[in-house]
Ligand binder design. Structure first.
Ligand code: SF4
Length: 293
């Protein structure tokens, strides 16, 4: 039996942590910043409104820890979209099964051609991305794609619909290193409202995916949330708790945390897409970067 984050997540005092984050004082933020090991409470302080006033010391601490662990290394990767077929209905995604778009699944030759185009541009890490569709995007198809690229591409990861551990094993044997799975939102009510059809309705099954991937032998596990769906503080605290759990329990694998790229998509879902990029980054609680027009 796979031990998973689901039980720990159920017992997290999320409402209290979110409240703590909303109301933390500048003194509490400073105290958290000074600790060598941060608790979830400390993390809640750092993303508080008071923390926004201390961004400079916060980023210096972050830079120091990043350099200590990774040096001056930045890993760049490029996504390679294998298929936009999907049996799930996610109103925030253009691949959602009800959207009347042209559906394409790349042939093996097309996959090889796309990968070579990325290699020619200098990419050495490729993320194979696909919707969830057992017929068009089967485990065998995915293992084939990984197998045919393995010799040429130094590092291959996947962002695909969740699979059973036994289905992951041939993909790992074919040469895949990493698996990314966004929980999308850690707010169960929002999750239920956003995922009304298809296997993705099962919140816990999705949440247990990193442990199944780890059991199958993936050496890099990625998690993430879409910060536009629920309260972003709840999402960020949940991601931090999830990361902490995986670091303790899946310690042989590297952990990555993904941030979403929010862009307009096909479909009827319009809570954010009518906004300009500048309004969008504000809406999800981020500071606009200078290059956002
Ligand atoms: S499961 Fe993934 S690919 Fe499919 S509609 Fe939802 S977000 Fe899009």
């Amino acid at each position: 039996m796979i031990v998973s984050f689901v039980a720990e997540f159920k017992s997290l005092p999320l409402a209290a942590l979110v409240e703590r984050s909303r109301t933390a004082s500048a003194a509490a933020v400073r105290a958290s910043l000074g600790r060598s090991r941060l608790s979830l409470e400390d993390f809640a302080h750092l993303i508080s409104p008071a923390g926004a006033e201390l961004l400079e010391p916060l980023s210096q601490r972050s830079q120091q820890m990043t350099r200590q662990r990774f040096g001056k290394v930045i890993r760049l990767f490029a996504p390679l979209y294998l298929s936009n077929e999907c049996i799930n209905a996610c109103p925030y995604c253009g691949f959602s099964r009800g959207n009347p778009i042209l559906r394409v699944t790349l042939t093996r030759d097309e996959v090889r051609r796309e990968a070579r185009a990325l290699l020619e541009q200098g990419f050495r890490n490729i993320l194979l991305v696909a919707g969830e569709h057992p017929k068009f995007v089967s485990a065998a198809y995915l293992a084939d794609c990984v197998g045919l690229l393995h010799e040429e591409v130094p590092s291959l990861s996947l962002e695909i619909g969740p699979l059973e551990t036994e289905d992951y094993r041939p993909i790992v044997r074919a040469g895949a290193e990493g698996l990314v799975v966004y929980q999308e939102t850690y707010d169960r009510a929002v999750y239920a409202a956003m995922h009304t059809a298809g296997p993705k309705r099962d919140f816990a099954w999705r949440m247990e995916t990193p442990e199944r991937a780890y059991a199958a032998g993936f050496r890099r596990i990625g998690i993430g949330a879409l910060y536009g769906l629920g309260d972003w503080r709840l999402e960020a605290i949940s991601v931090a708790a999830h990361a902490g759990y995986l670091l303790r329990n899946c310690w042989k694998a590297q952990l990555t945390i993904s941030l979403p790229r929010l862009r307009p998509c096909a479909g009827e879902f319009q809570p954010l897409t009518h906004l300009s990029d500048r309004e969008l980054v504000r809406a999800v609680g981020l500071r606009p970067s200078p290059d956002v027009p």
